[in-house]
Each structure stands twice: as C-alpha cells, then as structure tokens.
Design a protein around this ligand. Structure first.
Ligand SMILES: [Fe+2]
Ligand SMILES: [Fe+2]
Length: 366
C-alpha cells in the first residue's frame, strides 16, 4: 500500500491544464431499461421521491440576490471560527515557518482565498453530483430509484446554478477543481458498476459535502450564503439518505473479494478527500511554496486537538458502518479509518435518520 503521508506523492497530483474549458471522462456504463413499473416496491425510496417532489425550490427567486456581500468581511468572520484559520495563525507565530512574516493583511487575504476555494470546490463537486445522478438514472435497475434520482438531477442543477452565481456575482473569483477531488470524481464516473457511482458520490462526496455545508452554515452570518446553504442542505440530506437506502439493499449479501473492492474504494476516496484539504493551489496563488507549507498541515493531521478536517468524516463513517463496509472482511476498513483518525465518528447519527430532521429544520425556517 502507498504511504498516505507521502507529501511528494500528494503534491504531484496537480491540475494538468488549469485553463481547460471542457473535461472528458471516458467510460462504458450501459443504460438499463426496466419493465417493472411497480411504483412503491421500495417504500422508503418512494417516500423520498414523494418528498423530493414537494421540496423543490427556485434558486432565482427564493434567494435574495440583492444582498450586498463584502467578501473580506464574510471571509474574516468565517475565519474567526474556523479551525484551519486558527492553525494558520499558530504557524504565523512559529519561528521559521513559511508564513512567519505574515501580518493581518496577509492573513485576511488568505481568508478570502480560503473562502473562494471552498465555495469553488462546492461548485465543482455539485457538477460532479449532477453528472453522477444523471448516470444513476440510466444504470440503476429499480424504478423507484430511477424516479428518485431524476429529482436529484434537478436538485444538483440548482446547486450548481446557485454556487456559480454566488462565486461570480458576490466573491468575483473562482478556483479550478482541486486535482484530488477531480481524480476521485473521474474514477467514480469512469466505473461502469452502478453501485460504485452511488458509493463514490452519494456516500463519500455528498457525505463530506453535507458535513462541510453544515460547518459553513453554522459559522457564517452572511445572510445570502446562510440562506443558500440552508436550501442546499435540505436537499443534500435526502441525497445521502438515497445512497444509504439503495446500497443497503445492494450490499445485503455482498462478501469476499467484492466487499474488499468496495472497502478499498472507500479508503482511497477518503484519502483523496483529505488531500484536497491541503489546499495546495491556495498557497500557490498567495506565493507560498506548497512544498514548504503543506508539511505543517500533514503534521497537524496527526495531532489530536485538530478536529476541523476529521469532522468532515462525521457522516461518512457511520454510513459506511450501516452498509456493513466498516466491519466486513475482518474489519479492514475499520483499521484504515482508525489510522486516518476518524473512527470515533462510527456511531454518529446516520443520514437515513437525519434527513427527516434536516428537512423539518428547513420547513420551519425557509
Ligand atoms: Fe448538491
Ligand atoms: Fe447532492
């Protein structure tokens, strides 16, 4: 197995062409008709589908785009409660660190770039979700899942639309897709097995996104961003639930080599998502050599008090447990998650339960 702490290997994954306009992912997933139209054969999926039909919102008219956003104020305010920003401040005070010469001005610039980078990855991840759920409509064999996935395609289109607009009109800057996240989504899309589209997108990427949206939602006071995230989160919770409910059935009897393949896929996806948080392109834009600063963040990952990054796995670990991936094959994945320092999330609330609560939250406050 490769060394997951190998900094050179992590930094070697970069955007081949940051100016590309289109990105093709070859694949050979086939489309699948079903002649079994019995709606409600899978009652939980049907319930999600019915719920989704009445939970549609309009990004153009339900959000107040007239709100004036000050990117610096928004970024600094978010940064004041952000673990990564606190850590950057700590390294600013560390003698000989690459940011030891930074003052408030540089720190605030970093805050703005950090926000733009986070929002940009949300945007590109949302487009990944749009493509993956369109794929699921084609490949999943059950009519209730095809129905539900079609509503998710529309949800994801809306998410892409609102994040793109927020970046273009309010933050006025954008980052390309992070190469680690991009490689993960390429892997998901190029795999022809329909359960892998679910596992990669619905469980891993969306599980992480749901946690990341939640963190930003709780820590921002910028009214438009808060409103936008609340709408998006009420959809995302449903999406992860869709993944858990579908894969529970698909994985009910899985074992042996097939199970191990899924465990390895989950672990590799987790490492890629962790590596994307090293933000190498942000450091490049600020003129700090990634090779010098990234080791500080890798070192930090193994320190116990650091929770901001691990917290992003709060949804993924319990959902993997529920699918039987954590403990199957002698607990291989349990051991890997233990090494990554995220196993303590195993009994956090899983999203198939949580979505009704998030939904209730949105019903009260939207
Ligand atoms: Fe989404
Ligand atoms: Fe989603």
């Amino acid at each position: 197995m490769t060394d997951v702490q190998d900094i050179e290997a992590i930094l070697a994954i970069t955007n081949a062409d940051p100016n590309e306009v289109l990105h093709a992912v070859p694949g050979d997933a086939g489309a699948l008709f079903t002649w079994d139209y019995a709606k409600g054969a899978r009652p939980q999926l049907e319930k999600l589908y019915e719920k989704a039909k009445t939970s549609q919102w309009n990004g153009s008219t339900d959000l107040d785009w007239s709100i004036d956003v000050d990117p610096e104020r928004t970024a600094v305010e978010l940064g004041a409660r952000d673990g990564r920003m606190k850590y950057v401040r700590a390294i600013m005070n560390e003698k000989g660190s690459p940011v030891a010469h930074w003052g408030e001005k540089e720190f605030n610039e970093y805050a703005i770039e950090n926000l733009a980078h986070r929002a940009s990855q949300f945007l590109h991840g949302e487009q990944g979700a749009l493509l993956c759920t369109a794929r699921i409509v084609e490949t999943v064999p059950w009519i209730d899942a095809k129905y539900y996935a079609s509503t998710q395609v529309m949800d994801e289109a809306r998410h892409v639309e609102v994040f793109a607009r927020y970046l273009d009109e309010k933050l006025e800057t954008r980052y390309p897709m992070n190469a680690h996240l991009g490689a993960l989504i390429d892997d998901i899309l190029s795999d022809s097995r329909w359960d892998i589209t679910y596992l990669g997108m619905q469980i891993m990427v969306e599980g992480l996104a749901l946690a990341a949206f939640g963190t930003m939602y709780r820590t921002t006071n910028e009214p438009l961003l808060k409103q936008l995230l609340r709408y998006v989160m009420s959809d995302e919770a449903r999406h992860v639930a869709f993944g858990v409910l579908s894969l529970q059935e698909a994985y009910a009897d899985i074992n042996g080599a097939e199970l191990r393949e899924r465990q390895e896929f989950v672990f590799e996806a987790a490492v890629r998502m962790r590596d994307r948080f090293l933000h190498q392109e942000v450091w490049e834009r600020l003129g700090v050599e990634p090779r010098k600063i990234v080791p500080y963040f890798v070192r930090q990952q193994s320190e116990e008090e650091v929770m901001f990054q691990q917290a992003l796995f709060a949804k993924i670990v319990p959902n993997c447990k529920k699918l039987g991936l954590l403990d199957g094959r002698d607990g291989w994945l349990r051991d890997r998650f233990t090494e990554l320092g995220v196993i303590h999330y195993e009994d956090h609330i899983d999203t198939s339960v949580e979505y009704t609560e998030l939904d209730a939250l949105s019903a009260r406050t939207l």
